[in-house]
Design a binder for this molecule. Structure first.
Ligand code: CP
Length: 344
């Protein structure tokens, strides 16, 4: 029997709308039901992501990847996801290599791109800027990270990873203890992730950060519902006790303009000694990456690389099926996927 999971997403595309059009700007667009619908599409495309099957469902379509900030994972995995569905990709990276360097506006850039491509992924250093791209065009725009704002596709692949790992461990998301560590002020991945997690019930969310880098209060207010217990602490050892997931983040030095890093203490590093002392055998250690491997960096040590609790590369692998699912839904081909698949 065919064990391929079924899509049956119904009107999923109708629920991935921003201002009435299929766009992915913020996780605020999701309900728990629509997140889980998207994850069913990600399950369906897994054989294509693993190259066991092929699909040309987006044949002839072109993706515009517009990245005005550094990226490896988001840019390449969105591109790879589009190609795996049969489409092709045009990239522009950095302001220097776009006509924005000559003073072109977001509005003009976006209008022009709509004549060339079928969808855009945009990363830009200013919060709210990707929504500006979206408002100027009639093609789907995906937020690949808008300054310290949001990174919705990263949060979706993080939650997808948590669900997959929990299924293996016999756990569920409802009632879990998730500890988020590091730069919770500027880290856009954690802004999106806590809002998605808040769609579930009865979580303990421990926010571990120095005072200077605490989670913005408007996000804490937004997630204070559904019976969640939210604790803020500067103590790493206290905060990690009993955690099912430790989600570490890099200090976003590029967001500091008139501030110093003095408030960020070296003892915020997640390393083998700490995990052995404070965490359990099933605790997952996650990070959106990149982790900072330079001298004096203090987010996630490489000494955990051989520890099976480290889920970071399983996270990055899950970026492909989740991003394929996002394209399939935004471009309205999710119900054609199963019929389009053939053996590789
Ligand atoms: N996680 C993430 O956004 O990685 P990149 O900056 O490499 O895209």
């Amino acid at each position: 029997a065919d064990s391929t999971p079924s899509v049956h997403t119904g009107a999923l595309r109708d629920r991935m709308l921003f201002e009435g059009r299929p766009q992915l700007l913020s996780v605020d667009q999701f309900t728990r039901e629509s997140v889980e619908g998207l994850f069913r599409v990600a399950d369906v495309v897994q054989p294509i992501a693993r190259r066991q099957k092929v699909s040309r469902v987006l044949e002839g379509a072109v993706l515009g990847n517009l990245f005005f900030e550094a990226s490896t994972r988001t840019r390449v995995s969105f591109g790879a996801a589009f190609c795996r569905l049969g489409g092709s990709v045009c990239d522009t990276t950095g302001f220097t290599f776009s006509s924005m360097a000559k003073g072109e506006s977001i509005y003009d850039t976006s209008r022009v791109m709509a004549g060339y491509v079928d969808a855009m992924v945009v990363r830009h250093p200013e919060q709210g800027s990707v929504a500006e791209f979206a408002r100027a065009t009639n093609i789907p725009v995906i937020n690949g990270g808008d300054g310290p704002g949001e990174h919705p596709s990263q949060a979706l692949l993080d939650l997808y990873t948590i669900q997959k790992e929990f299924a293996r461990l016999g756990k569920i998301v409802d009632g879990a203890h998730i500890a988020l560590v590091g730069d919770l002020k500027y880290g856009r991945t954690v802004h999106s992730l806590v809002k998605l997690l808040a769609l579930y019930r009865g979580l303990k969310l421990t926010l571990i950060a120095p005072t200077a880098l605490e989670m913005p209060s408007y996000i804490i207010e937004q997630i204070s519902r559904n019976g969640h217990v939210i604790e803020q602490t500067e103590s790493l050892t206290e905060g990690l006790k009993g955690a099912d997931v430790v989600y570490a983040t890099r200090i976003q030095k590029e967001r500091f303009v008139n501030e110093s890093f003095e408030g960020y203490k070296p003892d915020f590093q997640i390393n083998q000694a700490l995990v052995e002392t404070v965490c359990g055998p099933d605790t997952l250690v996650m990070h959106p990456l990149p982790r900072d491997s330079r001298e004096g960096a203090n987010d996630l040590s490489t000494d955990l690389n051989q520890d099976s609790r480290l889920a970071i590369f399983r996270q990055t692998d899950n970026g492909i099926p989740v991003r394929m699912a996002i394209f399939a839904v935004l471009l309205g081909v999710e119900n054609q996927l199963q019929h389009s698949m053939r053996d590789a």
